[in-house]
Design a protein around this ligand. Sequence first.
Ligand SMILES: [Zn+2]
Ligand SMILES: [Zn+2]
Length: 460
Amino acid sequence: MTQPSPPNVREWSIQDNREPSVRVGVILKQDLQKFISIDIPDHTHTVFADGFSLGDFTKTNVKLALSGSKLAVNVNDQVVAVENSVVIEPKAPVTSAEDAMIVHDVIAGRGFHWQKRCEQSLAGTAEIFSERIGLVLVNRLPLETYLAGVITAEMSGACPVEFLKAQCVVARSWLLAMSESKHDADPFDRCNDDCCQRYQGIANTSGAAWQAAEESRGLVLLDENRNVVDAVYSKNCGGISETPESVWGDSKPCVESIIDTSDVSSFDFLNASTDQCFDAYLRAGKQLAPHVYCSPSFVPPDVHSKYLGHVDEPDNYYRWSVTQSRGELEQGLAKRIPQLSSLARLNDLTVTLRGVSGRAQTLLVEWSDHDGELHETLIDREYNIRHALHPRFLYSSAFAIEDERNDSGELEAVTLNGLGWGHGAGLCQMGALGMGIAGKQLSEILSHYFPSATQFRIYE
Ligand SMILES: [Zn+2]
Ligand SMILES: [Zn+2]
């Protein structure tokens, strides 16, 4: 008797008590891709065109090309015109990278400073169809296999296993909570990028990653109403984590600001939302470091390349500094922010509202247009502020502004002295890694970042 197929994440409910499958958008229509090349390994895969099998294949290449609005598939020099879709399906489940099909030229990090193209090894099925402007590739696979891929794309498979388990639990909870509806109009649950959570196939999965998925199988965080917690996470909180209210405007049950330390009594800063507190907290980076899990004391820079995901560049995210000339800022602001398209001269930048972690929620830009007329524009949301202030996206919006002015008081350059990487709410990935390196166990890591959530296994 065949097993009933698992529900999709969108159809999943907590009563199901079985592992759902997830549909991930790997190539999206906005990538404007007209051609896809996929290598089939030794492990047998069946290729279907519009539901009809073209045969079982090993060790071959499948090409999909969009010409005008017509999709064609070419496998072993057999070219077939396709009306709806092509599906490539493994004969037996894929549990290692050697058995996975390889899709070439997939974009990773869309629009961020680390955008690049790479090849991805996909378990499960690939469905390819045309959305007129470009081809779309949707990967459908069991949730736990997806998570083994996610945790090794977000961070490296060489990380301590207790950290990988924590990353698995938050990624699983976030996915099953499905609180954001970024892709309601798309034929998939989640995309493969930081817009949702990073998934780059299973090529970088390690023994520790599979072990982390297996040992944390089905484990999620629940709130007091037994709903799965929307367990958000970001790379480095800087010492104090942010509230969801400050980042997205709404609270999330069981996601609250915490101090990322082993020793709260040594920490003088519980709230950095005033400029004065923020400045002191920023400057105290070194002195606080021995107590802060996401600082270089717990995660030294020389282990970054070993432990961070392979698309991340090692840097000091705990405290950082970026200097730009007035000209560079003017060009960027006028280009990236529609309300500033007629900006000719930047006069001043001021953070007007901060969250508890010091992350800017609103930034006031004072500027003049080409006729010399003065304007004030308020940029809100940490995401928009980070986009406005750096061509490759500023690490975080937790920064103090240091002006450099000439003798006539005109702005010449701006240095942003900042802390942390990402929105800072929920689990701090580098902090959880620091806890893992320090030998902390999964349940300690989860209760440190989500003190009011309960840990519960929803399927075996
Ligand atoms: Zn997305
Ligand atoms: Zn942290």
